[in-house]
Each structure stands twice: as C-alpha cells, then as structure tokens.
Design a protein around this ligand. Structure first.
Ligand SMILES: Cc1cc2nc3c(=O)[nH]c(=O)nc-3n(C[C@H](O)[C@H](O)[C@H](O)COP(=O)(O)OP(=O)(O)OC[C@H]3O[C@@H](n4cnc5c(N)ncnc54)[C@H](O)[C@@H]3O)c2cc1C
Length: 546
C-alpha cells in the first residue's frame, strides 16, 4: 500500500495517479472539456493523435471542406468575449477558417500546455483496486487518471474501401480524412474520386475546377442541396454579433440545434401550388433549411417524402444535361433527408463538363485497384491520383480502435457487440469513471451545441463528486436500460432509421457493420437535455457513486 492509497488499495481523489482526468482528443469537445475541468482546479492531460488542435478541422483538409452549419451557429458560445472577437468571413466557413478559429481559441485560453500531441491512445484499462484508468499510448508510455473522458469524435476514424490492391497504386493516393498538409495540385492530372457522400461531393466540385480529367466512382447517390454560401457583409456581421443570445436560444429550441425549424404544415395538406412555392423557397434557402425546415411530416410520412424527393429529382434533371447521367445521380434506395444531405455548390453542373465522367459501381463494380489505376468489371482506368472519399467508421469507430476495458477487464467492443447501450450517451455500466463526449446515443445535429451541453453536464457531475468526496461514478444497469429504451422509442416511425447509412451504424467497409443498429439518438435535443437535467437535479440517482 502506498501513502496515497487506502486500505482497499484505492487512491484518494487527486492522489496516487498522474492526473485527475485524462481526455482523449483535442477537437471541439476535448478543448472545451479541458477548459471547464481546469476551472474546477483539476489536473488534466489531453492526448491527441494529431499535431495540432481542431479534430475534424485539423484532419479534413481536403479541397472544398467546409461547414454545412451556419458558421455563427456552430462556434463555441460559452465566452461572450470570444464571440465578439472572432468575425466569420463566410456564412459557411471553409476548413482553413475554422481551423484558424480553433487555434485562436487554443491560444486565447492557453490550452496547448495541457495537450500532448502526436500521442495516439492505444489502450485504456480501468484499475478496479485504485478506481483509476491506465492509459497506454502507441509509444508505450503509460499514464493514469481518476477519470477517463473520451472526446474521440463521431466522425474521426477514416475507412478505406475493401478493395483488392489498395496500396499497390503507384500514383498519388489520399483519403479525405487524412489529407496531407502540403498543397495538392490537380492541374492537368487524371484524378479518380471514390465516394459521393457529403465529403465526396465537396471534393468533387472543387477538384473539377482545375483537373485534367475526373472520374467519379459512385456506389450510392445522395440527395444534395445547394449550400448558397456567401461572404458575410459588414452589415451582416454587426447584426450577427448583436444577436448571439437569440441565435443560441433558437439553436437550443430546435430539434437538432440548427437554426432551422420544420414548418408545422403537412406536405399534402397544402395545394400543389403552395407546396411547390414553399419547396422552391427552401431550395434557395442557404444551408440545411430544406432538410431541417421542411414540412413537418417529411421524415415520417412515406408519401410526403416521395413528393419532396420528386421535387429534388426534378432539380437534378434540370441541372444535368445528359439525362442518363442525371438518372444515375438520383437516389433510388432512399428518400430526401433520410440520409445526411450533402450541401453543394455547382455539384451537379460538374457532370456537364466534358472532362468529367460518372461511373456507377453498382452497375460495373470495382474489381481491384491496380498499380496504374482502377479496374472495374467493364474497364481498366489509368490515373495520376486516387482520392478516397470513403468516410468514417462512424460513432463507435474511434472507440473500437482503442482497447477500452472497464471493471473486471470487460472490453467495450464486446459490451457493444449485441447493440450499443449507454446512459444518456455519456456513461456505460461496467465502465466506472468513464465519460463520453458526443458518444453514441447523445444528441448530435449541430454538434457543437450538443458538445457544450455534454461538457457542461460532465463538469457539473465531476464538481458534484468533488464536493461530496466521491471517487466513483458508474451508470446503474436499470438507468442504462431506461435510456436505451427511450432511444429505441424515439427511433420508431422515422424513415431515416429504415435506411442503411452511417446514422444507422452501417458501413460495408467495416467488419461487423453490415446490419443496422441504433447508433444514434434520434429524438430531439431539448428532450435529451431535459432528461440529463432531471438526472442532475435529482442528485444523479441513476449513477452508483462511492
Ligand atoms: C468533413 C466534415 C464536416 C463536418 N461538418 C459539420 C457541420 O457543418 N456541422 C456539424 O455540426 N458537424 C459537422 N461535422 C461533424 C464534426 O465531427 C463535429 O462537428 C465536431 O467537430 C466533433 O468534434 P469532436 O471534438 O467531438 O470530435 P473530432 O473533431 O472528431 O475530434 C476528435 C479528436 O480525437 C482524436 N482522437 C481520436 N482517437 C484518438 C486516440 N485513440 N488517441 C488520441 N487521439 C484520438 C482525433 O485525432 C481528433 O483530433 C463534420 C464532420 C466532418 C468529418
């Protein structure tokens, strides 16, 4: 027994371990959690795989990467001073601007001194006797803390396609989620893009501006909607800066924390003329309005969804000259809004360029990547560059890539094998003192709004524990059951949960992810917050504490 342990080998809070809390990840979640825990006087260490802060906006440097959330609704809201100091230049900021913002935040709050970069966490094991977590980095070093806080990101574990020969290609090859820091030129080159999700769409429309020849390999077309981005004028800037209270209040009130709210009317209760006029207006509205602010039954009523999808299909037919190509770009296996809607700027017009070709890999599947390019069942292509816009092992991917073991050596991956179960997306029974930020089953939507809530909730819990001399918090089994049932209940009747997508846990490039699961909470953010607030107000009865 050491001086810092009691008779049961348990370390007292703040003693016998390297840190009070270890946070994994220095994106928006990890940075804000660090700041909040410092305010509690806790000794905190953040381990981050990258060489800088920013998470998503550090890694995704691919051409065309930018927000789909309005810049001013996405940023941190916790500091009025910061809100006034930072001026967004565009309504939907490009990645370099967002990364600059997050670096500015790191400087302003002196965050870097507690962040260890180039430090990928390989394992995190709970020590039953000392009630601490032992973290091992890829370099073999170990670190311990009372609390383990995961801020690993819902979309941060890139996946490559399961194709033979990946790695044999002799030209340039990039994954959008690990895009290099050096400039990449497309000029005069023969470029292939594999993938047409939100990232693929942003990449394609940008690469097409300078490329020699572009070949797009598409498995599933998505319903894309014009972003309608623009510079923020001085006048708009003044208005934005004077209305932050209203902006964030509105985000707090909406279903998914966006500025857009659904129209209370049902799609088919209005006249066809009214409907078309409304949809035309939404099509021209910047951002997610058409997805988040459409008729109230768009995502629950099949016929409503069909009618709205047909409106968008018509737009695609109008914008793409070759109707055979247009047809390939129109989704057939899901309706508008039932998967993440990519935002675009002249995406469909790209296919009118003579130097752009669309290959439907459901018709002619890719057989393999070759040293010179890509071989499908119909043709052999030669390329100078292949861009993998094949997305992420979403939601649980970054957890699965760490060997996380809770009490009695229970592995988190095994625990979730039969389906994800959490308590408000923050805790898992059997994993004491582990808190997840934007983990599975938390409200997502306009994510930083959910991040700030999650972080504040975890901070209040840790404060409560500190004030009450508690060193252990673990969700009770019945609390996990109750929350998981609520998540299931909220998923019912939503067309999006009948579709394969990362939101339903499907990724055919990942073992064990071919079946739909409830990967996310699909109820409203206000309902989510109400549940969490009730738990806090009642003194965390849902958690076993000691
Ligand atoms: C291209 C793209 C565009 C997006 N656009 C929007 C948008 O417009 N609006 C919106 O609301 N959301 C958007 N998102 C979602 C975005 O992920 C969140 O908004 C937000 O950035 C999540 O922040 P985070 O800190 O929780 O996670 P992340 O930003 O993903 O950060 C997680 C960090 O954890 C680190 N990490 C993970 N595992 C380990 C490990 N084992 N060891 C050490 N470090 C580790 C990663 O390196 C990363 O830096 C977008 C996502 C992508 C990929």
């Amino acid at each position: 027994m050491t001086a810092t342990q009691d008779a049961h080998g348990r370390a007292a809070a703040g003693q016998g371990q390297d840190y009070d809390a270890i946070i994994i990840g220095a994106g928006i979640s990890g940075m804000y959690q660090l700041l909040r825990l410092r305010e509690l006087g806790m000794k905190v260490r953040v381990f981050e795989a990258g060489t800088g802060v920013g998470g998503t906006w550090y890694w995704n440097r691919y051409p065309g990467a930018r927000f789909d959330s309005e810049s001013y609704s996405y940023q941190y809201s916790f500091s009025k001073e910061l809100l006034q100091e930072w001026s967004w230049k565009e309504h939907f900021a490009p990645q370099p601007e967002t990364l600059s913002y997050l670096n500015y935040v790191a400087d302003k709050f002196d965050l870097r001194k507690d962040i260890q970069f180039r430090s990928r966490v390989k394992s995190a094991h709970y020590q039953d006797r000392s009630r601490t977590w032992q973290i091992t980095l890829e370099d073999g070093s170990t670190h311990s803390a009372r609390f383990l806080i995961t801020a690993v990101g819902p979309l941060s574990a890139p996946t490559m396609p399961r194709l033979e020969g990946v790695g044999s290609f002799k030209g340039e090859a990039y994954h959008t989620g690990t895009w290099p820091h050096h400039p990449v030129s497309f000029e005069g080159k023969r470029v292939a893009v594999i993938g047409t999700g939100a990232t693929g769409v942003q990449t394609i429309q940008e690469v097409a501006k300078t490329v020699g020849h572009l070949t797009v390999f598409q498995r599933t077309p998505n319903w894309c909607k014009p972003l309608k981005n623009g510079k923020i004028t001085d006048e708009e800037q003044k208005k934005i800066k004077s209305s932050y209270d209203e902006i964030f209040k509105r985000c707090d009130e909406t279903y998914s924390c966006f500025l857009h709210t659904p129209d209370p009317r049902r799609t088919l209760e209005v006249t066809p003329e009214e409907r078309v006029a409304f949809l035309e207006k939404l099509y021209e509205t910047p951002g997610f309005g058409m997805w988040q602010g459409n008729f109230s039954d768009m995502l629950t009523d099949r016929e409503a969804n069909r009618v709205i999808s047909e409106f968008v299909a018509q737009k695609i037919r109008q914008r793409v000259k070759d109707q055979k190509v247009a047809d390939k770009l129109i989704p057939k296996n899901h309706g508008f809004g039932t998967r993440r809607v990519p935002m675009e700027t002249h995406y469909y017009e790209v296919y009118n360029q003579p130097n752009v070709e669309l290959i439907d890999i459901k018709e002619t599947p890719i057989e393999r990547i070759t040293p010179k390019g890509i071989k499908t069942t119909a043709r052999e292509f030669e390329f100078d560059m292949i861009i993998y816009a094949t997305g992420f092992d979403a939601v649980t991917g970054s957890f699965d890539r760490i060997d996380i073991r809770g009490a009695n050596g229970l592995s988190l991956k095994d625990k979730w094998k039969g389906g994800i179960e959490t308590f408000v997306g923050v805790q898992v029974d059997g994993f004491p003192n582990m808190m997840m930020l934007v983990g599975p089953h938390t409200a997502l939507g306009n994510i930083p709004r959910s991040i700030e809530f999650n972080v504040d909730w975890v901070t209040s819990l840790l404060k409560f524990m500190k004030e009450n001399g508690l060193t252990l918090a673990e969700a009770k089994r019945e609390a996990v059951d109750e929350w998981t049932d609520f998540v299931r209940e909220k998923a019912k009747g939503l067309l999006s949960n009948e579709i394969d997508s990362w939101m339903t846990g499907v990724n055919l490039n990942v073992d064990g992810k071919s079946q739909r699961t409830l990967a996310r909470y699909s109820g409203s953010a206000p309902d989510y917050r109400a549940w969490c607030d009730r738990v806090a107000r009642n003194g965390y009865r849902e958690l076993a504490m000691a």
